[in-house]
Design a protein. Structure first.
Length: 346
């Protein structure tokens, strides 16, 4: 019998309410503590893994609206362009992510304005010691990778309240509604309802998924699918995005078809915000490579607006990875490899 020792599935069910609660809580931040938009020339989001992807969500959802350059960093070193007119968001659910703390300290040393978003930890202490804004996340999320709603909502709401992201409030409401619909389709033990995540997991089975997303929005969702299969199903997965993959990776299917057509499933993530040329590229690319993979599965986003469709794809991927774990007798909660790695590097 499949084991879920950390109640991963139960926690996954709570994402719509998590996003709503974080949205409401961020609206209570003292306006006097918010940065001044007129003093911001660029925005940087720092973070790794399940926390850092909140910056990618913001980037995919909002770069057409945010009036200054926005960069997402997943590294140790703070770039030289970060300075007194940079607004830096440091994202770490635990508050103890090594790389994020290193970058945050570097940003502060270079005079940047810091907003820290975490459930506590060293990041909260750093914010308090430097008189920076700290936005608390709920402490009841059992594992950071299940806290995407608790991280995305305050990030968007801070920018909304600064006047830099006017669509954030409405976008969050639409996303909450769509996540609830998707949860009701995907949660276990619902009789008489087609479960798209379980069906995807059954079709992927023991093959290795390669997830292709269309454009920036699809690319972020594809990256999250890859991460979720890795951490939850404890299985390899890979991702890329159109149009970049058409300038390199498309050539990589030119040989070894006798192996790849037994191993890889291509999962395409589609959405309603695609540039017209992307659909043409995806169709042509599929025609070129479909004989080199086991199968091609197409996933269509649902929901109204960029954020709703992006988080819908993310959530469906999380559920699919959960069922991939269970059907292969893998416990989706523990991430022993990461714990062992942290012990090895001290």
């Amino acid at each position: 019998m499949a084991v879920d020792t950390l109640a991963f599935g139960e926690a996954l069910c709570t994402l719509p309410e998590q996003l709503a609660a974080a949205h409401e809580a961020a609206g209570m931040i003292d306006a006097a503590k918010l940065p001044n938009a007129a003093a911001v020339d660029n925005i940087v989001v720092l973070g790794m893994g399940g926390s850092g992807i909140s910056g990618n969500v913001l980037q995919a959802m909002a770069t057409a609206s945010v009036p200054v350059p926005l960069v997402v960093l997943k590294q140790y070193r703070t770039p030289a362009f970060v300075g007194p007119r940079t607004l830096v968001f440091a994202m770490s659910y635990s508050g103890g992510t090594e790389e994020t703390l290193e970058m945050a300290r570097g940003a502060l040393a270079q005079g940047a304005r810091l907003v820290a978003i975490s459930s506590g930890g060293e990041l909260q202490r750093l914010a308090e010691e430097t008189d920076s804004l700290h936005v608390p996340c709920p402490t009841d999320v059992p594992m950071p990778r299940l806290g995407i709603g608790a991280l995305v909502a305050p990030l968007l709401v801070v920018l909304f309240r600064m006047g830099m992201l006017p669509e954030a409030h409405a976008s969050l409401l639409r996303a909450q509604e769509q996540l609830a619909k998707r949860r009701d389709q995907c949660k276990p033990a619902v009789e008489g309802i087609r479960n798209p995540a379980r069906e995807l997991a059954r079709r992927i089975d023991r093959t290795i998924p390669i997830v292709y997303g269309l454009g920036g929005l699809g690319g972020v969702a594809a990256m999250r699918w890859k991460q979720s299969v890795n951490e939850n199903a404890k299985a390899p997965a890979f991702w890329n995005e159109y149009p970049e993959l058409d300038h390199n990776e498309v050539c990589g299917w030119g040989q070894h078809g006798d192996v790849t057509r037994q191993v890889f499933t291509l999962v395409e993530l589609r959405h309603g915000m695609e540039h017209p040329r992307l659909e043409l590229r995806a169709d042509a690319t599929r025609e070129l490579i479909e004989e080199a993979v086991v199968q091609v599965l197409t996933v269509e986003a649902e929901g109204e607006g960029r954020l709703a469709q992006l988080l819908d794809l993310v959530y469906l991927g999380d559920w699919t990875s959960y069922y991939l774990a269970l059907q292969n007798d893998v416990d989706p909660g523990p991430i022993d490899a990461i714990m062992q790695l942290k012990a090895l590097i001290g």
